[in-house]
Design a protein around this ligand. Sequence first.
Ligand code: CU
Length: 491
Amino acid sequence: MRLTSLSMMVIFLTTLVTCVQQPQETGGSAKGELGPPQGKPITAKLTYAPEVPPPINRQAPAKVVVELEVREVVMPISDGVDYTFWTFGGKVPGKFIRVRQGDTVEFHLRNHPDSKMPHNIDLHAVTGPGGGATSSFTAPGHESQFTFKALNQGLYVYHCATAPVGMHVANGMYGLILVEPPEGLEPVDREYYVMQGDFYTVGKYREKGLQPFDMQKAIEENATYVVFNGSEGALVGDNALPAKVGETIRLFVGNGGPNLVSSFHVIGEIFDKVYYEGGTRFQENVQTTLIPAGGAAIVEFLLEVPGTYILVDHSIFRAFNKGALGMLKSVGDDNLAVYSGKEVDSVYLADKAEETAAVAAAAKKLQAGKLTKEAQIAAGENLYKGTCSTCHQLNGEGLKGVFPPLAKADYLLADKRRAIEVILNGLTGPITVNNEQYNSVMPPMSQLNDDEIANILTYVNTAWGNKGQVVSADEVRGIRLGTKRPPGAAE
Ligand SMILES: [Cu+2]
């Protein structure tokens, strides 16, 4: 009996020792001072998303100087929609900062003289009250300086913490700082910087023009936009992240919030590794990872097959109705053993795949009072492809017995007002179009704004040999105000 408990004790102690040692063995998870800075001070190379500064590759801690300038700038949040962003470095998210565990970071925060607001910075990588916020309050045209030691490795969010804090964060004041372990991260082929944020505007999603911040919506956490890297188009089309088959990709993914937790997912990929919450340990074979507001994760995956991989917040209305959609394009040879190779992008992408510049151009001309029929048609064609063509087909011919035609359709062309109502309020019950019977359901499309509906109908009325009329946003507005939406439709 005695002997058994003794040997148990030995086993227990051995296990304990192994457990305690493990962090050192996996490298760098231990928090550490790592000694005084050595050599000359280094000025950190900062990058705009989606670029990441190169790996540190340094054997000893150093003094690293970080210089960041706050700017308040008007930039597009979506095509034809502008927003006044408050930024760390001129863009959203703020510039990526990369240091090594044990480095002494001398931080210089400047606030551009044109700024209207004071700002500061709270870096989650800082050990100390306010994460730097108390030492970095900076009025327009001023500079603050403070120093901290990067004790813990990991991927950390930084953000502004000036009152009203929520508003500063909601306007885009966040970014990422990576504190590498002393031995660095495993080498990969490509690293990218992606950061999600939610935005609150007075106008509806994609309502054109300069959109002010909406405090009430922000308090209610009712986001108008949820986007990666500061705008809807930041990682779409020509801005897709480039990659090649056979490469290992590492994404540093942050979530600035201010409110929403991200269910980060890449359609068509499995994360081989996720350093969840930006910490030391990794989980393997993950489909979707949670990224808290004010948190981050490092995800890694190997690209086995070519194609477009879609980055989304899998709270999926955010992806398709608020903008939380990006792309990574992998080029290279098919691997038919892994995937049959048929591209299915269009299933997901709809209007995101189309160039929406025509829509923005039409909105600009409308504001200037110079909207031409041609501009309406060009914008309408784009919107039609993204919104109506799934059912009525690109050529407007519909599907016999299921979706009525719009090309040369007597029902459509007989009554302009009725056509507007069909789009706003939907249509159910038996109808006859070109002598064919239909008895199905068209859902209301009232989430489209007045000029979008006007442009779509102007396109539909004049495409495919149709001889219908131009529709104006005012006409749509009148019918929106004068009719009732069915229950559940957007207002
Ligand atoms: Cu601020």
